[in-house]
Design a protein around this ligand. Structure first.
Ligand SMILES: Nc1ncnc2c1ncn2[C@@H]1O[C@H](COP(=O)(O)OP(=O)(O)OP(=O)(O)O)[C@@H](O)[C@H]1O
Ligand SMILES: [Mg+2]
Length: 283
């Protein structure tokens, strides 16, 4: 099972206040799935993805997360081999997370960091084969012509595609994308979603993508997992995500109208089939 989360709980404490961000999450995602993680603001989407990437640990004594055969964390402690797990995880952030002063090619090559000694990373001198592989990744996402440009000079959509190229070069088997299209216009958003879908379809990566726009979830993913108050309240095929479900998922929140009208379902990017073990549930 590429991603399994069991009994994960996270209570944040800040300035004497507490916030139960994750409340006993159980989740299993099979090899090759592309799953939309939806839910209102503050429901725990980012917190869950960050736990899966080993960027945050759950409460002591709770939660086990495994990604692609590696334990990421167990009982509130990072696993010893968390570095191995991280090598296989490509994390895509809303704000791209590129080194803006570095050129685009250098940013993509950073995805190969685990394959080379530290001095190469620091010196920026990579073998020709690696540079060519990085150029091929840039070509796949349509920004090869920007390779020598400072990353910070690219548009938001282009920067996000560079981040996807970095995950491609990394050879990430698991892609965790946290609102990758939230700050993009509809055209740029579509392109980014199509490249994530291509990573899933062509590179066979397992993709979990948090989204505020339910239409994008419906168009690109077969399965949706909805969080509310840190709990899984829907887990099933996107076509079973009815207006009634959405109304209850987003009830009394600022995200109660999450569906933008601009996305049509008549374009390419057919999602991958759901695995056979897949059973919908609605809590
Ligand atoms: N570092 C932190 N310290 C304290 N509280 C936090 C921290 N990170 C998240 N939280 C709280 O945990 C809850 C879940 O936050 P999270 O960012 O995971 O929500 P989200 O579903 O990603 O929301 P959004 O759609 O707005 O990005 C929120 O109430 C948030 O305020
Ligand atoms: Mg978030």
């Amino acid at each position: 099972m590429p991603i399994s989360v069991s009994r994960l709980t996270k209570l944040f404490r800040r300035h004497g206040q507490t916030c139960l961000a994750l409340d006993g999450i159980d989740l299993a995602i099979a090899d090759g799935e592309m799953v939309a993680l939806i839910g209102p603001s503050g429901s725990g989407k980012s917190t869950l993805l960050r736990h899966c990437a080993g960027l945050v640990t759950g409460d002591l004594g709770t939660g086990t997360i495994r990604v692609d055969q590696h334990t990421v964390q167990d009982n509130g402690r990072l696993a010893r081999q968390v570095r191995k797990a991280r090598q296989g995880i490509g994390f895509i952030f809303q704000q791209f997370n590129l080194v803006e002063r570095m050129d685009v090619l250098g940013n993509v090559l950073a995805g190969a960091i685990h394959r080379h000694p530290m001095w190469r990373t620091l010196s920026g001198i990579y073998p020709r084969a690696e540079r060519e592989a990085a150029m091929r990744c840039l070509a796949r996402v349509g920004v090869a012509d920007k390779a020598g440009q400072r990353a910070g000079s690219l548009s938001g959509g282009q920067q996000q595609r560079v981040a996807i190229a970095r995950a491609m070069l990394q050879g990430a088997r698991t892609i965790l994308a946290d609102e990758p299209i939230a700050s993009l216009d509809p055209n740029a958003a579509r392109r980014v979603m199509e490249h994530l879908a291509a990573l899933n379809r062509e590179d066979k990566a397992t993709v979990v993508v948090s989204l505020h726009q339910v239409d994008y979830a419906r168009k690109y993913c077969r399965r949706a997992v909805a969080l509310r108050h840190g709990r899984v309240v829907f887990d099933g095929p996107v076509e079973e995500l009815s207006d009634q479900h959405l109304a209850s998922i987003y009830a009394n929140t600022l995200d109660s109208e999450p569906v933008p009208p601009e996305v049509r379902t008549d374009e390419a990017a057919a999602p991958t089939p759901a695995p056979s073990h897949f059973t919908p549930q609605f809590a």
